[in-house]
Write a protein that binds this ligand. Structure first.
Ligand SMILES: *Cc1c(COP(=O)(O)O)cnc(C)c1O
Length: 386
């Protein structure tokens, strides 16, 4: 389906709400029925009807249809956070004694799910370097159920070959799940490569204004129904109608926001790569990136994020550079209108800084919607102060 149609029309039924261009926020917990027969029918299949807003809600349903179409999926779920999406997609598909093969260095709370939370229930995980398909083959055990991917990840951007992993998983009857937050479905559609379930945080690009926490799952209808009926209704990590409405609002500009972000990022990443104070850059669409060819093959763009290693010899210099930036805010997260930096030395004690460890001198950049010259000027100013 055409992207413009998805963003502007799909799921919307303006005639049923006074011709309003923006859909109503159906702020209700509950739905009433005319007679016992209708209620009985609704109770039979909560997946298909509006019964109670822990299941379906009409405002959320508009968003859900758009999300499914963006991912070229049969159906989707919209949840209260990205981690709720990761949790439900995984949890609905494992039982005690099962095993998961996951890429190393996924999103930090995904790592915690696999290595702290699920082991409490007898589900184990092997974390592997996903840049080589043989590592997946070697890690698969007789009790493996899921291969979990995140391509690229959001700090050093290692990729997995989605087509190759999907082929391997199919041959072993394993379920594949990917966290596709970095690219969003506009720039990478994992289901088209044969991946079973695509999850994303909607807090980042889909929301885009740094005012909503949400997450999405997309896949086959049968799978979405399974996650909905047993796990979502039990866990209850739903999105509110108001937050769903904010996301519908945000989707109107998703395409142009991402175009601008991708273009600015390409430009600023190139500027950084050529700067004498930058030792190394991690950016999938730079020809110097080890998986550049694969990135070009499976991603349409490489928007927003890149990480640089600063060529400095003290933690004070890293901190001075970061503290001098005036237009980049210092924060976790990304995907909003505002440009951000996150220095990795923020997670170590200053006395543990080691000049020899490149990771201690890393700064992740997120490029938002500001003008390129405005941002480059800010970076130049911060470098000049060193
Ligand atoms: C932010 C993020 C998440 C978690 O999303 P929340 O909406 O914050 O729960 C998951 N994966 C990646 C790659 C992220 O960047």
């Amino acid at each position: 389906m055409d992207l413009s149609q998805i963003i502007n029309e799909l799921g919307e039924d303006r005639e049923s709400y006074f011709g309003a261009v923006a859909p109503p926020i159906i702020q209700t917990s509950n739905f009433a029925f005319k007679n016992v027969a209708q209620l009985r029918e609704a109770m039979q299949d909560e997946f298909a009807v509006d019964l109670y807003s822990r299941g379906n809600n009409p405002t959320v349903t508009i968003l859900r249809k758009k999300i499914a179409a963006l991912d070229n999926a049969e159906d989707a779920l919209v949840l209260s956070s990205g981690v709720a999406a990761v949790f439900l997609a995984v949890f609905a598909n494992v039982k005690q004694g099962d095993h998961i093969v996951s890429v190393a260095k996924p999103y930090s709370w995904t790592d915690k799910l696999f290595n702290v939370l699920l082991p409490r229930f007898g589900v184990t995980a092997t974390m592997i370097d996903g840049t080589n398909i043989e590592n997946f083959e070697r890690a698969i055990q007789p009790n493996t159920k899921i291969i979990f991917l995140e391509s690229p990840n959001s700090f050093t951007f290692e990729l997995q070959d989605l087509e190759a992993v999907a082929r391997l998983a199919k041959s072993k009857r394993l379920l594949t799940i990917i966290d596709n937050s970095y690219c969003s479905p506009l720039y990478q559609r994992p289901l088209d490569f044969g991946i079973d379930i695509s999850v994303q945080t909607a807090t980042k690009y889909l929301g885009g204004h740094s005012d909503v926490i949400a997450g999405v799952i997309a896949g086959k209808k049968e799978m979405i129904e399974k996650i909905f009926k047993s796990d979502l209704l039990t866990v209850g990590s739903i999105i509110s109608p108001f937050n769903a409405w904010l996301l519908i609002r945000s989707l109107r500009t998703l395409e142009i926001r991402l175009e601008r972000i991708a273009q600015s990022t390409q430009h600023i990443a190139q500027f950084m790569e050529n700067h004498p104070m930058v030792e190394k850059i991690y950016y999938p669409f730079s020809p110097s990136f080890p998986q550049y060819e694969l990135a070009k093959k499976q991603m349409k763009q490489s928007p927003g994020l890149f990480t640089v290693v600063l060529k400095v010899n003290s933690i004070q210099a890293v901190e001075k550079f970061c503290n001098s930036l005036k237009h980049f805010l210092m924060a976790v997260s990304w995907g909003g209108h505002e440009s951000l930096i996150f220095p990795s030395c923020a997670v170590i004690k200053p006395e543990d800084f080691n000049q020899e460890i490149a990771a201690h001198r890393m700064v992740r950049f997120y490029i938002g919607l500001e003008g390129v010259d405005y941002l480059v000027g800010d970076i130049e100013g911060a470098f000049a102060g060193l």
